[in-house]
Design a protein around this ligand. Sequence first.
Ligand SMILES: *[C@@H]1O[C@H](CO)[C@@H](O)[C@H](O)[C@H]1NC(C)=O
Ligand SMILES: *[C@@H]1O[C@H](CO)[C@@H](O)[C@H](O)[C@H]1NC(C)=O
Ligand SMILES: *[C@@H]1O[C@H](CO)[C@@H](O)[C@H](O)[C@H]1NC(C)=O
Ligand SMILES: *[C@@H]1O[C@H](CO)[C@@H](O)[C@H](O)[C@H]1NC(C)=O
Ligand SMILES: *[C@@H]1O[C@H](CO)[C@@H](O)[C@H](O)[C@H]1NC(C)=O
Ligand SMILES: *[C@@H]1O[C@H](CO)[C@@H](O)[C@H](O)[C@H]1NC(C)=O
Length: 217
Amino acid sequence: MSDYGSHDGGTGCFRCCFSFTLTLGLTSIFMWLSLRTSNPILSIQDVYIPALNKTLNSTSYQSIYLDLKFDNGNKDKGIYYAPINITLYYINDSIAHTGIPISNYTLPGFYQGHNKKARRKNWNETYGVPWDAAVKVVVGGKLAVFRVDLATAIRFKILFWKTKKHRLVVGADFGVNDLGQKDRKKGTRLKSGAPGLFSGQSPVAVLLVVFSTLLLV
Ligand SMILES: *[C@@H]1O[C@H](CO)[C@@H](O)[C@H](O)[C@H]1NC(C)=O
Ligand SMILES: *[C@@H]1O[C@H](CO)[C@@H](O)[C@H](O)[C@H]1NC(C)=O
Ligand SMILES: *[C@@H]1O[C@H](CO)[C@@H](O)[C@H](O)[C@H]1NC(C)=O
Ligand SMILES: *[C@@H]1O[C@H](CO)[C@@H](O)[C@H](O)[C@H]1NC(C)=O
Ligand SMILES: *[C@@H]1O[C@H](CO)[C@@H](O)[C@H](O)[C@H]1NC(C)=O
Ligand SMILES: *[C@@H]1O[C@H](CO)[C@@H](O)[C@H](O)[C@H]1NC(C)=O
């Protein structure tokens, strides 16, 4: 037997302990970095409402065209989307604060690979739009205001396994002009009411990890 144990015991144990906690700390940082997920960025790219196109001068065709973009910014994680519920509203605060529902439909769920973008372009019928009021607004040079709400559930694919499902509920208001088009040419991002605690970009999650790593090391 060598005299390793008796001679160098204290420092050896300390070193061992230190490198153990350091390894644990670094491992948890790497685990967190590789498991961290970001929700996809959803946006309205284009809208067309022929009934509000003043050149057509007719509200007899009452469909709405909506072009949505799904952007999975995760570098190495795919996303499974459950069926996607879309609800559209006409906003008139003097009638209903939450808007008047004018259309709803469901897009089929799909899988989106990492760093991929997808578009969903649809014509759908509307019901219950107060067209006369809406036309008056746009012809008067203002914007008719609509809202789109999107609800689905997503799970991330990390290497060979899938995360738990979590709900993704986002929405945005958009203005439509007298050409029947969305006033802003750029995309309008759909946002959620509240950021999730572990949604990946959450400062709370970052703080938790930094804090627990400090405790470990
Ligand atoms: C509005 O209607 C006119 C006449 O049909 C058409 O030429 C024009 O392209 C329409 N506007 C848009 C933005 O589609
Ligand atoms: C729009 O149509 C109505 C009847 O549907 C007509 O009275 C009016 O003159 C038209 N306006 C324009 C600008 O074409
Ligand atoms: C969805 O649309 C249908 C008609 O297509 C309507 O009867 C139903 O009430 C709508 N649901 C909601 C939640 O707006
Ligand atoms: C809305 O559009 C989707 C996708 O094109 C289609 O499957 C659905 O039948 C449409 N729903 C209505 C109510 O028009
Ligand atoms: C809202 O509804 C009121 C009452 O029906 C109407 O007078 C007004 O023009 C509407 N405004 C919009 C933006 O549709
Ligand atoms: C979408 O709509 C269907 C039918 O109304 C409902 O069963 C489902 O839970 C909805 N999905 C989400 C994520 O809200």
